[in-house]
Each structure stands twice: as structure tokens, then as C-alpha cells.
Design a protein. Structure first.
Lengths: 358, 580
């Protein structure tokens, strides 16, 4: 069942267009991430859903209620949307205690004092902050503040939860814990959640689906495994995880198997769902972690490269290689001898893009 | 199903009704603030613009548009002389203020001068006192026949004449020096430039070279800004030219305006409006130059990651002589004049020729409390101060909320209107409100009450209050408002429950600042007061003009006392530092 629909959304600030035709449908109970670099329009999209910004054109629909539609002259103010928002800075009101921060939205909804106390206690228990009611935000740690931010967004039982990079102000260890914890709460409540982040690990580990955004449009929308294994564009391949790119030419195709020529007179076989014609100029994307020093399968492709340097990065070695002037990076557990060497990759582990899409 | 539909329809209707109320609350509030501001700021201006081109006073029903005022304006040599004097006076006092203020700022901010914290606090004391009070002090001590003057003459020292352009410029310059000091100290002298100075030293520049090539250029924006402020202050200053220039027949625009416009049984309103207009043009030109000069201000912006460890320039053997010099300066320009006021308030006459014990009296103070006129002036001053500061604080808060924290369509207009009075010298405000009160029937009733002063002070002080509240509001993250909105509060509720409580310290500061400013203010009141609405400032100026110095000093002492109490209370009770 579709919960939220964005159709034909654009957003201009003067001459600058930030969102350029966005289409998105979100199902009830779904956890969806808007992933992209800063300036890609992900936060603007979230703001438009929250009602903090109005779209220039297009329509935002929640269930069967139109939230914004400039053409029809409809705009529902943020206070009338009943959505919960967690801000990047948490935006806790510093002059109110934790309890008062949570009580504010309940007071506005004219909820009786006894019920207020009950709900505040429930919500604080949910986020694991029972006992900190009387503290001011300034007396809390970053992680606690983030939990209060979430509690305040949940205490009035919103119909939609919007999170704007809620973990980006936490340090690395805390961020990992918070991620697990956040997912647990979302599953427990079953609340439809839209999560804005520039962190691919967060997006991949939390989401049911990810919308990768670039320059105000969605580059790819799909489950995390699709985004990672079958990136739709070179940008997605480079932004989610990392990729080596090599220029290539299609020699021929048989079913899903494509033969391509690589620089330096080498060739490879790739499995792709897309169809390519012979002679087509393409771009091959190879993930560094899928390039192995050892050949594990007879179908694996061989890539002859020149190893310039082994770089020790702690958990593994990074091989900095060269192929006809193109830099190729691969990972392995032991250093390899410098000079000419062979790397291997499975036909299904690489992606071929038509040159024009890049 | 039917019941569901009914529910849906009702909820739609409720929603619409709710939106209507919300619209009234939010947009209504924003419009109300804008209208109040527009009326407050524009009402005093429009009649004056019309008057400049009217053949007769606007309150005569028989007037038509004419350019003859302009010809009068061109042919009046007295007006031209006054304009010329105004420019000389403004420039000379600005130069004096600049030199004293900038040098002190460098000494306090960048050197190892002993007791510099104390000197810094002491140096800004004149900011709390009005020019009028300082001038009265100088008058009792340094005017021909004044205490110090007579004493020096007895000692055979050469005589000086305070009743001259030099005297006027000196008093005004000394009174304005703290302003330059403040801007320069927080501009560059306050230590941000320390690492830049170190960098220059390492490239081989000597100490003086560094001062000249690095420290001074870094202070340029502060110097330019305070120069313009002082020029504008010089243009509109009324007390010093009136008390010191009158005897020497030196007229400036402000005294000229006062004499022909207010202190005259048959005022020539056209000429007054024209002269006022000319004054506005002069002020406008000053501000224009400021914006042009500061356009390249980025050149002076100190780029810095960490706060510099404020390494100070050593004065070496000059430390104590310079400190002595500063104390002599403070003694001559502040302690002796203020001491003169206090002494004169309790004496029949103040002169070294008669021993102090023979002239001591409480008559001045007794008269001040017994004559209803003066007692009323004291009461009025406090009432006007509290009313204008209280209303002003809330008005400025509302203005900032609308201009900075709302999506109101005319938010920028509100911002522009709020800053407009900055261009208007106090006497234009006084004159403008005077015209408006005469002209617009709704204003008529306030003419004989202190509300006319409250209204004029309010208009005059809006930029002051916005100047405190707006930067404070900028420090409050917009996400706090947004969190309020998505939690279900509308704009007004968010503004009042989230933003306003966080602005409380800024509001306390604004109230104190406005209260002190209204205590100091006298120029506006000089154009507006009637027998029942005198304030301390107007009484002092009128008494001093009539030669009743004793009573003037008693009132000045009261004003100093009030200011002192408020400033100290603000500092100790609320931790509010008015300048700093």
C-alpha cells in the first residue's frame, strides 16, 4: 500500500534548480534512504515532505491527502502534517528539559497531563533514556541528545518519520551502535521512515530501498543489494562503494554473456542484463574488492596489470596497479611482488555501462 | 461507509476552519507589526517632505505646492553659513575623536600598558553620559569665568576660550572618542591581529613598521565605520553648539533649525523643512561613503582558525609615563568636568576666588525638588524611559521575529524600515514627529502628553534594539524553529515558545540599553516638549541657556546618578554589559 507519493517534484531557488523532476512512491512501513553527496537535493526533498519548504511544481500525496500541489494552490503547513522529524543538529530546545521538549508537541495537541506523562515515560523507555527527564539538553552527551531528538519526534505518534542525517554528529563507534538501535526501533514501531544520509554504510545497512540522488534527480532506486551489485550508472557504481573504470569495446554478445576488449589487447567476459551490440564503446566498472590475486574459478577473467605499490591499510593491503595508464586498485590479504602481475574477477562481478550514460 | 464520508467531510471543514484561524494568527500578526513599524517610521518623514515644498505651514488649510522655499534656501546666507559651520564642526570633532579613540584602543588592546582593564572600563564612561551633561561639566570648569580657567589665569597661564569653534570641536571630540575606541578595540586592536603582527615581525619588519603597515590597516573598517557614526553625530549635535557656540555667534544647522523652527514665535516652516532635508542629505552622503569604503572590507577580514594568543607589544620604559598621560587625560576630560557638575550643584557659585566653604548650599537641590516643573521633568524622564524601553524591546523582538524567522512576503521591507531611522538624526525625528502630531488628527491627543516623546524615542531607538536582538537571534539555529513547526506549533506559537525564551538575555540588554539611551536623549525632546512634558535633558539645556547653571548641574547630577545606578544594576543583577 502506497503511503507517500512524490510526483513531478521540482524546486527552484531563483534561477538555481535544486530538484529537477522527482518521482518516488513509498510503501507503508518501508524504510527508505535518500543517499547522495552534499548538494544533491536529498535534504531539500526531506524538507518538502516535512512542509518546511514548498515545491516549485509537482504534487506530494500522503495516503489520499494532498500535502502540496502548487498548481492546485494547496500547501499544508508543517504543523498540520503530523510527521516526526529528527534534525541533523537534533534541534533540542535548550531552554526546556528533556521532559518539556517531549511535552511541547503533546501540549499543542491538548493531550491531558496524565496521558502526557504516560506517553513521555513510554517514549523515553523506548529510546532508553528513562531517568533523564529533568536534564537540560546541554547536560546530555551527543548520543543522548540524538535519542531525545528521536523521542521528541515519536512522542506524538507521527504518521511518518523523517530523519535528516541523524547520526552524522556522533563519533564512529557510537554511530555504529546507534544504527543498530535505530533499526530496531523502526522495526518495533513499523513506522514508515525516510532517512537522509551521505553515508553509504548507513543507507545499505538500514534501508529496505535506497534512492541514490545526484543533481536533483534520482539516479537509481532499489534495494541495497541491487544498488551495490547492479549499479545503474557509473555515478552509482563510484558513489556506493568504489569502482575502477576501464574503457572497453563490445565484441559480441550471446544471451547475457558479453565479450569485451580491454586496453592492452586483453579481453573479458561479462554477464549483464542489458543488451549491447557489437562494436559499441562501453565503460567497465570493477569493484576493488572483487579483483582477486588468486584465480578461484575457471570462468574468472584475467587482467594483466603492472603492480606499482602495495599499500598497507591495516585490515588489508591495497594494490595500486597500472593498466595502460589507467589506475587500477585491488584489495588482498598479503603483499604481492611489484611488477607485472595478474588479477582475476568473476564475469558476474563487473558492470558494463554504455559510454553515453557516463 | 456513509459515516466515514461524513467524518471525512467534517475533518476537511475543520481543517479549513483551522487554517483560517492560523492564517489570522500568523499573517495577521506579521501584518500588524509591519503596519505599526511603517506608521512609526514613515509618519514623521512624509509631512516634512511635503512641508519642504509647501507655501505655508501644513496646519494652515491654505497651502499649495511651491518651490519658493528652495529659493529662500538658496538665498539665505545664514543657512549657508550654518551649513559650513556644521561641516567644520563635524569634521574637526571627528578627527579629534578618531585620534584619541584609536590610540587608546591600540594602547589598551595591543600593548602591555599597566592597569589596561581598568583604563578600558574608565575610558568608555562618557558613552553613558549625554553630550549635554559633559558639556555642562566643561562649561562650569573650562568656560571663561569657569573654575579651572580662573585658577589658571591667577597662576598667570595664558587664557583660552571655550566659546569658539575649537572649544566646540574639542568637547565634542572628547565626548565621541569612546565610540571610536569601542569599534577599534573589537575591530582589530583586540588581539585577532596578533599572529599577523608576529608574521610581519618574522619577515623582518620593525615594531613601528608593523604598527603602521599591519595593525592600522587592519583597523581600517572600524575606523571608517566609527568615523561615519561620529560625522553623523556631529551633524545632529545640539547641546554643544548651543551652549558653547551661542556666545561666539557660531550657528550650526541644528541650532539654526531650533531657533527658526521651535524657539521662534513665527517659525518659517518651509525653510525649516528644507534645512532638515539638507541635514538628511548630508547624513545620507556620509552613509553612502561608508558603504562604498567598506565594500572591500574582506581585505581586512582576519582569517583565523584558532584564537590568537594575544601577544602584546611591550612599551618598555614608556609604560608608566603613558599610563600617567592617560590618567591626566581622564582627569581633565572626565573627572574634573563631572566633579564640577557635582560641586556646582551644591554651591552658589564655583570659583577659586571664594573659598568653597562660603558658597556651599543646598538651595539648588531644594529648588529642584520644590519647583513642580523640575520634579515633573525627573518623573517624566523615568516614565518615558521605562515606557519607550519596554515597548521598544517588544517591538524590536517582534520586528526581528518577522524579518528574520518568518516567510512573510514583506520580511525584507520590515528589515529595511527598521534600519531607516539610523539615517535620521535625532533632531529630524523630533521635528518630524512634531509636524506629524500637528498634522494628523489621530496624533493630536498625544501632543500634550509624554506619549509624543515615547513615540519619537521609539522610532529613534528601533535600530539600536534591532542591533542587539538581530545578531542574538542569528545565533539561534533555524532547526529549532523547524522542530517547533513539525511538532505541531504554528509560526506564532513557535516564535513565542521557542525563539523568544532564548532571546531573553538579548531582550534584557536591549531594555537597559534603550533605557540609558532615553535618559541621555535630549535633542528629540527639545523639538517636542511642552510645559507639562519636559524631561531632565530639556530642563538642563534650557536652564544652562538661561545661565541658571546651579540648577542645571543639580539636574545633571540626578541624571548621572540614575545612569550609574542602572548601569551597575544591569551589570551585577543580569550580567548585562551595555558596551562590550
Amino acid at each position: 500500500m502506497v503511503e507517500l507519493t512524490l510526483s513531478g517534484i521540482t524546486k527552484n531557488y531563483g534561477d538555481v534548480s535544486v530538484i529537477r523532476g522527482l518521482e518516488l512512491e513509498i510503501a507503508r512501513g518501508e524504510f527508505i534512504s535518500l543517499l547522495g553527496a552534499s548538494g544533491c537535493g536529498k535534504s531539500t526533498t526531506l524538507s518538502m515532505i516535512a512542509g518546511l519548504e514548498a515545491p516549485t511544481t509537482g504534487r506530494i500525496l500522503f495516503r489520499d491527502r494532498v500535502l502540496a500541489s502548487p498548481a492546485e494552490g494547496i500547501f499544508v503547513e508543517p504543523e498540520d502534517r503530523q510527521f516526526g522529524v529528527v534534525f541533523q543538529s537534533y534541534a533540542l530546545w535548550p531552554h526546556m528539559t528533556v521532559e518539556q521538549n517531549l511535552a511541547f508537541p503533546l501540549k499543542i495537541r491538548k493531550i491531558a497531563a496524565s496521558e502526557q506523562r504516560k506517553r513521555i515515560a513510554e517514549t523515553l523507555e523506548l529510546v532508553g533514556l528513562t531517568g533523564l527527564e529533568k536534564r537540560y539538553p546541554g547536560q546530555l552527551s551527543g548520543g543522548q541528545q540524538q535519542r531525545v531528538g528521536l523521542a521528541r519526534a515519536l512522542v506524538y505518534r507521527p504518521q511518518l518519520l523523517l530523519l535528516d542525517e541523524p547520526l552524522s554528529n556522533l563519533d564512529a563507534l557510537l554511530r555504529e551502535q546507534a544504527r543498530v538501535w535505530l533499526k530496531e526501533i523502526q522495526l518495533k514501531l513499523g513506522i514508515t521512515t525516510i532517512y537522509v544520509t551521505h553515508d553509504q554504510t548507513e543507507a545499505l545497512s538500514l534501508s529496505d530501498r535506497i534512492a541514490v540522488m545526484k543533481d536533483g534527480v534520482i539516479e537509481q532506486l532499489g534495494p541495497p543489494s541491487d544498488i551495490y551489485e547492479r549499479p545503474a550508472t557509473p555515478f552509482v557504481a563510484a558513489f556506493v562503494g568504489s569502482s575502477n573504470f576501464l574503457p572497453a569495446t563490445v565484441v559480441g554478445a550471446r544471451g547475457e554473456e558479453i565479450r569485451i576488449d580491454l586496453p592492452g589487447g586483453q579481453a573479458a567476459t561479462i554477464i549483464s542484463r542489458q543488451h549491447f551490440a557489437g562494436g559499441e564503446v562501453v565503460k567497465l566498472a570493477l569493484r576493488p574488492e572483487r579483483l582477486k590475486a588468486d584465480r578461484s574459478d575457471e570462468h574468472d577473467n584475467v587482467l594483466k596489470v603492472n603492480l606499482r605499490r602495495n599499500v598497507y591499510v591495516g585490515e588489508r593491503f591495497s594494490y595500486e596497479c597500472d593498466l595502460e595508464g589507467q589506475t587500477i586498485q585491488a584489495f588482498g590479504e598479503r603483499p604481492l611482488p611489484e611488477g607485472p602481475t595478474e588479477l582475476h574477477f568473476a564475469p558476474s562481478s563487473a558492470t558494463v555501462f554504455m559510454e553515453r550514460t557516463g | 461507509m456513509p459515516s466515514d464520508m461524513t467524518v471525512a467531510v467534517t475533518s476537511q471543514q475543520q481543517h479549513r476552519a483551522k487554517r483560517g484561524v492560523a492564517f489570522l494568527r500568523n499573517t495577521g500578526f506579521q501584518w500588524a507589526v509591519t503596519v505599526v513599524l511603517a506608521v512609526l517610521v514613515l509618519t514623521p518623514l512624509l509631512p516634512m517632505l511635503v512641508q519642504a515644498f509647501a507655501s505655508a505651514p501644513l496646519y494652515d488649510s491654505e497651502w499649495h505646492f511651491t518651490l519658493s522655499n528652495l529659493t529662500l534656501f538658496v538665498t539665505s546666507s545664514a543657512l549657508w553659513l550654518a551649513t559650513w559651520n556644521t561641516i567644520i564642526f563635524a569634521v574637526a570633532s571627528t578627527v579629534i575623536a578618531l585620534v584619541i579613540g584609536a590610540v587608546t584602543a591600540i594602547l589598551v588592546g595591543r600593548t602591555d600598558l599597566p592597569m589596561r582593564g581598568f583604563i578600558g572600563d574608565l575610558f568608555i564612561v562618557p558613552l553613558y553620559l549625554s553630550h549635554l551633561v559633559l558639556c555642562i561639566g566643561w562649561l562650569t570648569m573650562y568656560a571663561p569665568g569657569g573654575f579651572v580657567t580662573t585658577w589658571m589665569q591667577q597662576l598667570g597661564m595664558p587664557a583660552w576660550n571655550l566659546y569658539s569653534m575649537t572649544g566646540m570641536a574639542l568637547v565634542a571630540g572628547v565626548a565621541q572618542a569612546p565610540l571610536v575606541y569601542m569599534y577599534c578595540l573589537y575591530g582589530a586592536a583586540g588581539g585577532t591581529g596578533a599572529s599577523l603582527e608576529d608574521a610581519a615581525r618574522t619577515t623582518g619588519a620593525g615594531r613601528l613598521r608593523v604598527l603602521w603597515s599591519i595593525t592600522l590597516p587592519l583597523m581600517m573598517p572600524a575606523i571608517i565605520y566609527s568615523t561615519i557614526l561620529n560625522l553623523v553625530a556631529g551633524l545632529e549635535m545640539l547641546a554643544i553648539p548651543r551652549l558653547l557656540g551661542k556666545t561666539a555667534n557660531i550657528d550650526v544647522l541644528s541650532t539654526f533649525l531650533f531657533d527658526i523652527g521651535i524657539d521662534n514665535p513665527q517659525p518659517n516652516h518651509g525653510l525649516v523643512a528644507n534645512a532638515a532635508f539638507l541635514l538628511m542629505v548630508l547624513v545620507g552622503i556620509s552613509l553612502f561613503f561608508q558603504s562604498r569604503l567598506l565594500k572591500n572590507a574582506f581585505k581586512f577580514t582576519t582569517v583565523q582558525g584558532k584564537a590568537g594568543r594575544n601577544k602584546r607589544v611591550s612599551l618598555g620604559g614608556w609604560r608608566w609615563p603613558i599610563l600617567g598621560l592617560i590618567f591626566v587625560y581622564m582627569l581633565v576630560t572626565l573627572f574634573i568636568p563631572v566633579g564640577g557638575i557635582l560641586l556646582r550643584a551644591f554651591t552658589v557659585i564655583l570659583t577659586p576666588l571664594v573659598p568653597l566653604s562660603k558658597v556651599l548650599t543646598t538651595a539648588n537641590v531644594v529648588r529642584m525638588f520644590e519647583e513642580p516643573r523640575f520634579f515633573l521633568a525627573i518623573v517624566n524622564t523615568i516614565e518615558v524611559g521605562i515606557l519607550s524601553a519596554a515597548i521598544g524591546t517588544f517591538l524590536c523582538l517582534a520586528l526581528v521575529l518577522v524579518s528574520q524567522r518568518s516567510t512573510f512576503r514583506y520580511a525584507r521591507v520590515v528589515d529595511g524600515l527598521a534600519m531607516l531611522p539610523r539615517v535620521l538624526p535625532g533632531l529630524i525625528v523630533g521635528l518630524g514627529v512634531f509636524y506629524a502630531a500637528v498634522l494628523f488628527p489621530p496624533f493630536g491627543w498625544i501632543r500634550s502628553s509624554i506619549w509624543i516623546l515615547v513615540v519619537a524615542y521609539l522610532m529613534n531607538m528601533i535600530p539600536l534594539g534591532v542591533g542587539v536582538i538581530a545578531p542574538a537571534a542569528l545565533q539561534i539555529s533555524r532547526e529549532l524553529d523547524r522542530a517547533g513547526r513539525v511538532s505541531g506549533a504554528d509560526w506564532l506559537r513557535t516564535s513565542l515558545s521557542v525563539v523568544t525564551p532564548l532571546l531573553k538575555p538579548a531582550m534584557a540588554g536591549t531594555f537597559i540599553l534603550m533605557f540609558v539611551a532615553s535618559l541621555k536623549s535630549y535633542t528629540i525632546a527639545m523639538f517636542l516638549f511642552s510645559p507639562r512634558t519636559e524631561v531632565i535633558g530639556t530642563s538642563i539645556l534650557l536652564l544652562a541657556g538661561d545661565g541658571d547653571t546651579g540648577l542645571a548641574c543639580a539636574l545633571a547630577a540626578v541624571q548621572i546618578l540614575f545612569t550609574l545606578v542602572i548601569v551597575l544594576l544591569a551589570r551585577w543583577l543580569f550580567g548585562v554589559r551595555i558596551y562590550g
